[in-house]
Design a protein around this ligand. Structure first.
Ligand SMILES: C[S@@+](CC[C@H](N)C(=O)[O-])C[C@H]1O[C@@H](n2cnc3c(N)ncnc32)[C@H](O)[C@@H]1O
Length: 235
């Protein structure tokens, strides 16, 4: 490893290697319906038959995607830099008798699957990397996929104009009202210490990494979701 290479195992912002944070994660996410999220995703891939496909879940966390998607895919590779988060996902898979998830400790920059996959998905994890390294990560995602493979990126991505102070404050006020102060405080920490960026930066990066954006869902104030197809391998 070159000495200038980014250490993606070093946490920024929320420390997901802290057991208390990991144990609290699903409680904090109780406004989400993991099964519904997965079902919507699988429906978007139709008419493709996902049961013949291999999917890679980057930043799998406690298994929001992998554990709930296992029955729809042939194999899922669940990848995360945090042993603490991943071990919660592993325990859920064991308890549910799921045998088609392979767990890998690794990250966006360093993970190399043995075979290219049909689908790569990642939710609320890419913002842990600064922009230069997001681009490197997206190029690596491209290499993980078969030609024509799908990439779904969901993250906190800012759709607002550079007039960001007003936009950030109204976002935080809305979150405190709708999801409580704890969630708003964690979002403030996210904005202060993590690396979410503007939508126009991300779309440029996706295109430069060899993806065509098929759909962009910007309906939520906090989250943008891009469904992409790999159209070329840059460089
Ligand atoms: C907010 S959680 C999201 C978990 C899950 N994807 C979900 O939808 O609930 C972010 C996860 O990304 C992981 N992570 C942070 N940096 C990473 C990297 N460079 N590569 C892979 N995972 C990373 C963290 O350890 C954490 O489990």
């Amino acid at each position: 490893m070159k000495d200038w290479f980014y250490n993606e195992f070093k946490q920024v912002g929320v420390d997901y290697t802290d057991k208390t944070s990991a144990d609290h994660y699903d409680v904090q996410m109780d406004f989400r319906d993991y099964d519904e999220e997965v079902k919507r995703f699988v429906d978007r891939l139709a008419p493709a038959d996902t049961r013949t496909m291999t999917a890679i879940d980057l930043g799998c966390g406690t298994g929001a995607f992998s554990v709930h998607a296992a029955r729809y895919f042939r194999t899922i590779l669940a990848v995360d830099v945090s042993r603490e988060m991943q071990s919660i996902a592993e325990a859920k898979a064991r308890e549910a008798g799921i045998a088609n998830i392979e767990f890998h400790r690794g990250g966006f920059l360093g993970f190399r699957p043995a075979e290219p996959a049909d689908v790569v998905t990642t939710k609320w994890a890419l913002h842990h990397l600064p922009d230069y390294w997001k681009q490197a990560a997206l190029l690596n995602v491209n290499r993980m996929l078969k030609p024509g493979g799908f990439f779904c990126l969901t993250d906190v991505i800012f759709p607002f104009d550079p007039d960001f102070e007003v936009s950030v404050q109204s976002l935080l006020d809305g979150l405190a009202r709708d999801h409580g102060q704890e969630f708003a405080d964690e979002t403030a920490l996210h904005i202060r210490e993590e690396y979410s960026t503007f939508d126009w930066v991300i779309t440029g990066m996706l295109e430069r990494a060899g993806f065509k954006i098929l759909e962009a869902d910007t309906a939520s104030a906090l989250t943008t979701e891009y469904l992409c197809a790999k159209i070329e391998t840059p460089g």
